[in-house]
Design a binder for this molecule. Structure first.
Ligand code: ATP
Length: 247
């Protein structure tokens, strides 16, 4: 569902993402972890079609993001780490604006908008201005908007930041539910206990390069530790950054 080949992004002299190779299967939750400045947001921005790679390719559901960006973006629901919303709109107006971008017909829109607002406990706020929403409510509205066109792939940058424990629980359940129904989830996170709990596969990025990839158990073997949590494994892998996988 996601296929990344030799993906590279340079900002002047800085190589933020360096020949990244990755593939993620249908219904899989892939966790992308790495220290600050490792290249996670840059990778996700390229996957969401917001940033052009310097070289390399990204395919979503077999569609090349560079050759057919509109078609590829139809397949993706993108949840950014910082919600940018025009707050003078109501929740429903914002969803309508998003649906129009995806060229959804209005009958389909009404059904989908109501279902998503119910799922995210925002139905009673549908006609309220977004400026009256808390951070968590805005984040939930962003999720509604990302799912409105029923995407096959969901790309999430730091889904848990700024959320209270019940919202975190809700997002965890949502991601599991999406994966169980066949949606592919690619998420970057610093919340390693959640990555350990949720992700089928984990990729560790360091200085723009993928240094390890596998299940938590496989990463433990790679770090040569048996009884450790993902946080300890992460620290070992980052300290031994030369343990690169073939790419
Ligand atoms: P964090 O965990 O702190 O969010 P990250 O893994 O998401 O970090 P990126 O934001 O992708 O990392 O940054 C990767 C590298 O690219 C960093 O060295 C960063 O300073 C650099 N970088 C990111 N955006 C730009 C930009 N617009 N111009 C120049 N350099 C940038």
């Amino acid at each position: 569902m996601i296929e990344i080949k030799n993906l590279t992004k340079k900002y002047g002299k800085i190589t933020a993402v360096d020949r990244l190779n990755l593939s993620v299967d249908r219904g899989e939750i892939f966790g992308f972890i790495g220290p600050n400045g490792a290249g996670k947001t840059t990778t996700i921005s390229m996957m969401a079609g917001l940033l052009a790679p310097t070289s390399g390719s990204i395919k979503v559901c077999g569609i090349d993001m560079l050759l057919h960006p509109r078609l590829a973006k139809q397949k993706i629901g993108y949840i950014p780490d910082r919600p940018y919303i025009y707050e003078k709109l109501t929740a429903m107006e914002f969803l309508k604006f998003t649906a129009d971008m995806f060229k959804m017909d209005s009958r389909n829109f009404e059904t989908r908008a109501e279902a998503e607002l119910i799922r995210f406990s925002l139905i009673d706020w549908a006609d309220e201005l977004i400026e009256s929403f808390s951070h968590g409510m805005k984040q939930r509205l962003i999720m509604c908007a990302a799912l409105i066109h029923d995407p096959e792939v969901v790309v999430v940058d730091e889904p848990m930041v700024g959320l209270d424990p019940s919202a975190i629980r809700m997002v965890r359940l949502l991601l599991k539910e999406l994966a169980a129904s066949g949606t592919t989830v690619f998420m970057s996170t610093h919340t390693l206990y959640i990555a350990q709990d949720l992700c089928d596969q984990i990729g560790v990025i360091h200085k723009g390069r993928l240094i390890a990839r596998g299940t938590v158990e496989e990463l433990k073997q790679r770090a040569r530790v048996e009884k450790a949590d993902l946080e300890q494994v992460f620290m070992i892998l980052i300290e031994n950054g030369e343990l690169r996988i073939e790419s």
